[in-house]
Design a protein around this ligand. Structure first.
Ligand code: ARG
Length: 309
């Protein structure tokens, strides 16, 4: 049965498979935000507990530079078309996590849209105008959410690779109810997934599609129903051990999707051997990196970039 486009579905309402969904081109440009003002000044998630003032700024800069260099390398290898970098803003200490302020999409008629987030923490809401300016320069249509609900962009809403289908995490930062409006805007189905463990406060901390049919997850992150749904949607579900998923942010790796395995590339936090092995089986080039300073703030590679059209 073909899904009703523009609707959000709870796990028990899903009556389609991803093969019923239309194809979507993958974005091939990446956006990064400089870490000049990155810091930990409060506790927005459980990883930040007792971390206030502990960021080693020099180390964070070096780690970010290495990440930036990896993306430039991908560009040289023609795995990416462009690497955009915007400046951080003084006082916006979390802006470096540029997966969170927006959700870009390409419509049926090739129009590029960016849905702007409504961040749960007031302090982070001030990041939005700067990200909006970036999209305007790229010719995007900016879409603001009309309902009153919270939404944290690509941190919680993750597209199914190459498909007009997305998974919407909720429970900590994003409100489930926002997905009804967002599904209408995208004109695509959204499957909502309930997050139940505060260590996995964003969907991108516990859910990483590897390709069209396989996914890496932190099983404890999900409600029973949501976990069952993931197992129904994906043929291969890799359950990542807690030491890698929670402490090592392994599911927060970034994969640049391509239908051809030899054109697919990934970057993952180092010292996650089980996850590295899984990634290597499916992705031609897998780079390891160290994001330990940023992990103190609850984010790793996936959080530190945005893929855009
Ligand atoms: N300190 C940031 C926050 O709590 C980290 C965001 C990490 N981003 C992510 N996509 N998980 O908002």
């Amino acid at each position: 049965m073909t899904p009703v486009f523009g609707k959000s579905f709870s796990p028990n309402e899903v009556h389609f498979t991803m093969d019923d969904c239309e194809t979507r081109p993958e974005p091939k440009k990446v956006l990064l935000c400089k870490p000049d003002y990155f810091d930990i000044t409060d506790v927005k998630n459980v990883h930040m507990t007792n971390k206030k003032g502990t960021v080693n700024k020099d180390k964070a800069q070096i780690q970010w530079d290495n990440l930036h260099t990896s993306y430039l390398q991908f560009k040289n290898q023609k795995l990416l078309d462009e690497v955009f970098v915007i400046d951080g803003i003084e006082g916006l200490e979390d802006m470096v996590f540029c997966a969170n302020q927006s959700f870009p999409w390409v419509m049926w008629n090739n129009e590029k849209i960016a849905i702007m987030s409504r961040m749960k923490h007031e302090a982070r809401q001030h990041e939005i105008p700067y990200i909006e300016d970036f999209y305007k320069d790229l010719g995007y249509r900016i879409v603001d959410i009309q309902s009153k609900y919270h939404f944290e962009g690509m941190g919680d809403l993750i597209p199914h690779p190459t498909k007009r289908l997305a998974y919407g995490g909720y429970g900590f930062r994003t409100d489930k109810n926002v997905y009804e409006e967002i599904a209408r805007i995208l004109d695509a189905p959204i499957i909502t997934l309930e997050l139940v463990d505060e260590n996995y406060y964003h969907l991108d901390t516990c859910f990483l599609p590897l390709n069209h049919t396989e996914v890496m997850i932190a099983p404890n992150a999900f409600s029973h129903e949501s976990l069952e749904l993931i197992k129904r949607m994906f043929e291969g579900v890799y359950e990542i051990p807690e030491g890698e998923a929670m402490d090592g942010f392994a599911c927060n790796a970034h994969i640049i999707y391509d239908l051809a395995k030899n054109k697919q590339a990934a970057i993952v936090q180092r010292s996650n051997p089980v996850s590295l092995n899984i990634l290597q089986q499916n992705t031609a080039i897998v780079l390891e990196t160290d994001t330990s300073e940023f992990m103190k703030s609850g984010g790793s590679v996936f959080c530190m970039k945005m893929m855009v059209y």
